[in-house]
Design a protein around this ligand. Sequence first.
Ligand SMILES: *[C@@H]1O[C@H](CO)[C@@H](O)[C@H](O)[C@H]1NC(C)=O
Length: 483
Amino acid sequence: MRAVVTSLYTHVLNCLSSFFNISSDQLMLKGLTIIIALIAIATYGFISYLQRSPELPEIDYERWWGNGPKVAEDGTVRPFKIEFNDTMIADLKSRLKNRRPLTKPLEGIKSEYGMNTIYLEKVLNYWVEKYDFKERANRLNDLPRYKTRIQGLDIHFIRMKPKVQGMKTLPLLVLHGWPSSSKEFQKVVPLLTTPRTGHDFVFEVIAADLPGFGFSEGTNKPGLSGLHIGVILRNLMRRLGFNQFYIHAGDWGSNVATHMITVFPDEILGYHSTFAISFRPYSFLKLFLGSFVPNFVMDPKYVNRVYPLTDLIQYFLRETGYLHIQSTKPDTIGVGLTDSPAGLAAYVMEKIGVCTNRDQTNTDHGGLAALELEDLLDTVTILWNNNCIVTSSRLYAEGTTKETRIVDNIPTKVPTAIVNFRYEVLHQPEWMLRDKFNNLVHFTFYDYGGHFAGLEVPKELADDIFKGMLAILEFNKKKSINL
Ligand SMILES: *[C@@H]1O[C@H](CO)[C@@H](O)[C@H](O)[C@H]1NC(C)=O
């Protein structure tokens, strides 16, 4: 076989060399040169194609998300208090007490098959017997809360002014993800509004619940992606008198914030994120190419947060079933979760555990031990009380559209500070992040902490927001001098 191929090859080479009237060696050299040149041109063309930034699509900044057709709205900002009322509590407790027996885990299994039901049972008993609904609501109400109607939806937010007046005050919009609400930042907000030494600024914090999450109303209209949520929140900030502001965000909040800094680069002065991702196709090509030389494309100390890609893919296949369900059939899973508080608790707490420490599925708590039980039950109680598990889960189905993919591929100049906690769900090296976040001014890594840093390490998160902001302010100062 081999002999046949070789003789065929020699024959073709001889024919060609006599046709072009040059020696076969020369022919090989010319052919090779041409092939290399073609590959180089094609690669260059492909990379330029991937690097080019598309035009911003047309966006309706007043799009109506309320029921029925658009109507004139009352734009007042109303104070709001969280209440867990007796009817809700009695109904919830009766459901928890009257639940059917849970199926025991397989022998020797901890959380590998999902929420450990022996552990869950303890959590549910605590919820019924020890969790003090009224006291927890009072605690949440320690932070001043408001609601206002934007584009047809009632939007809820915490607004906390600095504890000391007269200092340089930076308005900071703080955004959570799924299955959270502004509750995630309950312990962070007061740290941000407290002046600290070495910083001549302090924050005024606006921590909003995304529409369909927490105490913000969900929409009945399809199409409310992170891009359009970003428009709603920008309109919220304008309503509050902030034409320019800063953002801190994680998880879906980061998706929203990333759209905001792309669409409103002159209104957002800086962005701090625990979960920044470049979704530019070019970055994914780099992610793949980087897998051949990981130590070359990122600090070797943190290589295991990204590579080998096979580990990352395995982890994703293992832990993202919920993402596929919610991206495709959120309403079906939602029926069970809306009807059973035990089911709701199991579903969201399992996910919170894994995202806090993915290496602990071999324990009965599955990663939850790093968080306070009361905080977790606040999160589940809020989801239950507001019946928002379906409206919040739908964001996975609504999140990616043709429009968002275009905006994802447009880089932004807004100065960005990124923090990477040890067990953050997804991490990209700087090499890729800069494709989207052109002015990456601060980048920190921690050997601890997970996806819900606001719950787990509130102090360290607040510290990093202050540090990142110093770099952002420095960048903006230099930029204004250059003008
Ligand atoms: C109690 O709270 C639930 C959930 O927020 C609400 O649907 C219900 O209308 C409230 N009931 C009363 C009597 O206030």
